[in-house]
Design a protein around this ligand. Structure first.
Ligand SMILES: *[C@@H]1O[C@H](CO)[C@@H](O)[C@H](O)[C@H]1NC(C)=O
Ligand SMILES: *[C@@H]1O[C@H](CO)[C@@H](O)[C@H](O)[C@H]1NC(C)=O
Ligand SMILES: *[C@@H]1O[C@H](CO)[C@@H](O)[C@H](O)[C@H]1NC(C)=O
Ligand SMILES: *[C@@H]1O[C@H](CO)[C@@H](O)[C@H](O)[C@H]1NC(C)=O
Ligand SMILES: *[C@@H]1O[C@H](CO)[C@@H](O)[C@H](O)[C@H]1NC(C)=O
Ligand SMILES: *[C@@H]1O[C@H](CO)[C@@H](O)[C@H](O)[C@H]1NC(C)=O
Ligand SMILES: *[C@@H]1O[C@H](CO)[C@@H](O)[C@H](O)[C@H]1NC(C)=O
Length: 920
């Protein structure tokens, strides 16, 4: 990622330079050119106007200087256009990054026969066919059509443009390219980028490239390149000029790629082979690339801890080895890497995401090092204080290791250029004097789980430029210092979760310059929530002691609020009826507070909402019918309130995307509307503890998700996007419910939980046999109703059931033997019914505590003490043997079920291996 970011920056800088060049050119004309109208050639002006007409959108009026009005006669002065100052012909057109969009390129552009430079990068041509006439713009030297969204056949007519020096056709949607035999005529070509063009059939690519004598920069990222064929490598006439080769994302695995590259040993300065399938140890041949300055091998499967080939790379400046399988001691790795020669040249060393072990050694020999990334390894032990002497360091990432020991001021003593510091998720203690004035101004600070409490770190007061701050779980139990918030004006993300920070926001106001993510969960913050926080995109104040009303939501700044979690505080009063401006709110969690009154009608105007949780408050009245406008809702949890009225039919009619619907512990009455059966995505239906009457609808079969085994996704995730501010993010839902008698919260595997809970109501009639079609069910609880009839013999179809509770009904008849065949059943309660006969013998049924069968006077057989008539004769010993042989299998829990049941989730096996059903 880092690499891409940097490349982008480089590229943008380059683009900026070009732009400046273009603008410079313009200034030139206007000074020189008082004879404006005479310089522009009419035919070319018409061609440009035709080109403009082929564009769809110009919202920003980028092309406002282009027009037929009198004062716009000179097309040479139009933005993006440059003309020859001798002939007056248009020779350059650069509209790159102009955010324009087009339906086609007008064929009239053909008139610009003198065009030498054409750059339409990132103008979106909406998949239209690449125009044929390009092949005849034979004066073109520079053609950049990256990310222009052209489709159709690959334009091999560019092979006619024999004067091309620069050709970039990357990131379009062309069909496969059969071969690159159009390429060799481009004898002047120096720069070629065909990234994301599918070249899987172009086996001749290595040869074709080798025939370009001037080529210096080759970029073929994500082209599905076939590996070079070894036998052809001998016959090609090598050009020796390649300086930069970027072949990331091609699944290249063979050593033939290095054999081919070895032709450029002397010239290569940049080599990018990220996101391939390189395996084995770091290739020796790299050591021969004597000019190499930048090497990107991230996201491969390189192994070992012996990078001796690098020892010969005396010009190496950046080394990206992130996300490989490198192992061994970091200290040894570094010793081998830079015995002498690259010591003074290396600026960026990225080794995150490997298995490197040991402590962070003295690295002061790397005297030019600016970026040091060692996160996500297995480093342990301490960090040498000598790091504080590496005065060029700008970027330190040691996050997610097992480093320990004390970090003091000395570790930073000369790091005046440091901008990025990540020491998160180690076992480090930051022991820093209260008066310390750091030599740096950090932009990003990640110190999660570094112990720095109990006092709030005072040195932060000196940091005035940070945009990211994570000091979560840092053992801080202090009052928010008054100076803190004024430093946060520019934050984009702030995570102070899981400390013991006290205090209130008092009368604080602050204008955030951005729309920040503010995570303050699990502290001891109190008092009312101030309205300036509503400018956040994501505000998490859950598990604090906030009180007062939630009128801060009425602030107009909340228009971009996407994600609000105030659960487990003590806010009270009514939810204000001012929610209409929350047009970007996607998730609202007000659970576990003291809110009262009705759920306001205005909730219906929060039309993008996907997750609504109001559990455990004091809401009264009915579910407002305006809620049916919130058709994006996936999760509704209004459990444990005082809501009443019938269960609305529109739930099933309008809210078709519902996955979780929890109305438990309220006063809902009436019967279950059959419309609920339209909820084809539903996975959790919890209406327990209400006063619902009538019978269970037979249409349950239509609940298609419940009628399917497994689930392709482990969790329930949401993407959300805010186009106002061009922001996208995602989150995972969690849900809290009664599971085997305890309240549990599930998140990472919530997608696999499928349950129906209708317990503690007044349901009557028989259990519809259709319920046995819901073969995905993991838990079924119909206890404490007035159900009658028998347990259907098909109950055994519910092979994934982990928990079945039918207790305290009036069910009669025998326990079907098929129940004994549900291997995964980990919890069964049939107590207090009218069941009779022998408890079927099976793997589980005998292992349950007898109390789960009591209250059925005519039930007999193990595990009940009461023997059945036929078994008394056989004698008791046999049965007891059986009971004790059959261990109570503690493993048969939901977790176990899930880990086996996941097999249904196609493809997840490989990724997840053994899965642990986590409870957060
Ligand atoms: C403008 O045109 C006039 C007459 O055609 C000519 O004398 C003059 O040099 C031109 N000026 C420029 C800056 O080209
Ligand atoms: C044309 O412009 C270029 C620079 O853009 C300059 O070097 C050249 O001298 C100019 N030629 C004439 C004839 O003005
Ligand atoms: C490209 O060149 C070939 C052969 O010279 C010619 O037949 C073809 O028409 C040219 N294509 C274009 C688009 O000019
Ligand atoms: C070509 O590659 C070299 C070496 O990486 C780089 O410095 C140069 O900017 C590249 N040229 C272009 C046009 O991207
Ligand atoms: C915030 O910090 C908590 C506790 O360290 C962590 O679990 C959570 O992932 C962090 N969130 C973000 C977005 O960094
Ligand atoms: C925030 O950004 C502005 C402008 O980028 C800058 O002037 C200011 O110093 C920054 N810091 C704070 C704390 O406002
Ligand atoms: C907040 O302001 C109110 C009046 O505006 C004042 O009565 C109160 O004391 C202030 N609270 C604090 C903590 O400053």
């Amino acid at each position: 990622m880092q690499g891409h970011g940097r490349c982008l920056k480089l590229f943008l800088a380059f683009a900026l330079l070009l732009l400046q060049y273009a603008q410079g050119g313009e200034v030139d004309h206007s000074q020189r050119n008082t004879n404006a109208t005479r310089r522009c050639i009419e035919k070319e002006r018409q061609a440009l106007l035709a080109f403009k007409r082929g564009l769809l959108v110009d919202e920003d009026h980028y092309l406002s200087s282009w027009g037929s009005e009198a004062q716009k006669q000179d097309c040479c002065r139009w933005i993006g256009v440059s003309c020859s100052n001798q002939t007056g012909h248009v020779i350059g057109l650069d509209l790159s990054y102009s955010l324009l969009e087009g339906k086609m390129i007008s064929p009239k552009l053909f008139e610009l026969q003198h065009l030498q430079h054409l750059d339409l990068t990132e103008i979106d041509f909406n998949g239209s066919q690449f125009p044929n006439f390009f092949g005849s713009l034979t004066n073109l030297r520079y053609l950049a059509l990256s990310s222009t969204n052209f489709g159709g056949k690959f334009p091999s007519q560019v092979g006619n443009l024999t004067t091309l020096v620069y050709l970039d056709l990357s990131d379009n949607s062309f069909t496969n390219v059969e071969n690159l035999n159009w390429l060799p005529p481009l004898l002047s070509l120096r720069y070629l980028d065909l990234s994301s063009v599918n070249l899987s059939n172009a086996f001749d690519w290595p040869e074709a490239v080798n025939k370009l004598p001037e080529l210096t920069n080759l970029t073929l990222r994500y082209c599905d390149l076939p590996p070079p064929i070894l036998s052809t490598l001998y016959y090609i006439n090598f050009s020796q000029s390649l300086v930069s080769v970027e072949l990331s994302g091609n699944d290249l695995s063979t050593s033939s790629i290095f054999l081919w590259l070895s032709n450029y040993n002397a010239s290569l300065v940049y080599l990018g082979l990220a996101d391939n399938l390189l395996t084995g140890s770091i290739p020796d041949v790299l050591g021969n690339m004597s000019s190499l300055a930048h090497l990107d091998l991230q996201n491969n499967q390189l192994e070992g801890g012996d990078p001796h080939s690098f020892a010969r790379l005396c010009s190496l400046q950046t080394l990206f080895l992130l996300n490989n399988d490198l192992s061994g001691q970091l200290s040894k790795f570094v010793q081998i890497l830079f015995p002498t020669c690259a010591q003074n040249s290396l600026e960026q060393l990225y080794l995150s995401g490997n298995n490197l072990a040991g402590s962070v050694p003295d690295l002061t020999n790397l005297s030019s090092l600016e970026d040091l990334e060692l996160g996500f390894n297995q480093l342990s032990g301490g960090i040498s204080e000598s790091i504080g002497l590496m005065s060029k360091l700008q970027y330190i990432d040691f996050g997610m290791n097992s480093l320990e020991g004390v970090i003091s001021e000395t570790h930073f003593s000369k790091l005046s250029k440091l901008q990025y510091l990540d020491l998160s998720s180690n076992s480090l203690v930051l022991d820093i004097h209260a008066d310390w004035i750091p030599p740096f101004q950090l932009g990003e600070i990640y110190l999660r789980s570094c112990k720095m409490g109990p006092d709030f770190p005072k040195w932060l007061q000196t940091q005035k430029e940070f945009s990211s701050l994570d000091i979560s779980d840092a053992g801080i139990s202090d009052i928010f210092p008054s100076w803190f918030w004024s430093l946060c004006r520019n934050v984009t993300i702030m995570n102070l979760t899981s400390n013991q920070i006290r205090g209130t926001f008092a009368n604080l106001t602050l204008e955030f310059s951005d729309f920040p993510t503010l995570l303050l969960s699990s502290n001891k913050l109190g008092g009312p929530i101030p309205s300036f926080l509503s400018k956040a995109l994501h505000l998490d104040l859950s598990y604090n002691k906030h009180s007062g009303s939630i009128s801060f939501l009425c602030s107009s700044a909340a228009i971009n609020l996407g994600f609000l979690d105030l659960s487990s505080n003590n806010v009270s009063g009514h939810v204000p009826d001012c929610l209409t401006h929350l047009e970007n709110l996607v998730m609202l969690d007000l659970s576990n507070n003291a809110l009262s009154g009705k759920i306001p009608t205005a909730i219906g105007s929060v039309f993008r909402i996907e997750t609504l949780k109001l559990r455990s408050n004091r809401f009264v009245g009915q579910l407002p019918s305006s809620l049916k406008n919130c058709t994006s809702l996936v999760v509704i949890d209004v459990g444990d309130n005082k809501l009443s009225g019938p269960i609305p039919e529109w739930l099933g009619v309008s809210l078709k995307k519902l996955v979780i619907l929890m109305l438990s512990s309220n006063h809902f009455n009436g019967s279950l509307p059959s419309q609920l059966c339209h909820l084809t995505h539903i996975q959790i239906l919890d209406f327990s503890m209400n006063i619902i009457s009538g019978s269970i609808p037979k249409c349950l079969t239509n609940l298609t998700t419940l009628a399917q085994k497994g689930n392709p996704s482990l969790n329930i995730s949401h993407d959300y996007e805010n186009s106002n501010i061009n922001y996208a993010d995602f989150y995972y839902d969690d849900a809290t419910f009664m599971w085997k008698g305890e309240m549990q919260t599930y998140k990472s595997t919530l997608g696999l939980v499928k349950r129906i809970d209708l317990s503690s109501n007044k349901l009557i009639g028989e259990i519809p046999s259709e319920i046995t079609h819901l073969v995905g069910l993991v838990s079924l609880n119909l206890s404490r109703n007035q159900l009658i009839g028998q347990i259907t013999p098909e109950i055994g179809n519910l092979q994934l059931l982990d928990s079945l509770n039918l207790s305290r009904n009036h069910i009669d008849g025998r326990i079907p033997t098929s129940l004994a065949r549900i291997d995964r059943l980990g919890f069964l309660d049939l107590s207090y019914n009218n069941l009779s006969g022998k408890i079927p013998v099976g793997t589980q049924l005998q292992s349950f505590d007898p109390s789960f069968y009591v209250g059925n006077l005519q039930l007999c057989g193990p595990p009940l003490k009461k023997m059945c008539a036929d078994e008394v004769e056989k004698g008791p010993s046999e049965q007891t043997d059986f009971i004790y042989q059959e261990d109570k299998d503690e493993l048969i829990t939901l977790g176990f079920y899930i880990s086996t049941g996941i097999g249904f989730a196609v493809g997840f096996w490989g990724v997840c291996g053994t899965l642990i059903f986590s409870r957060s």
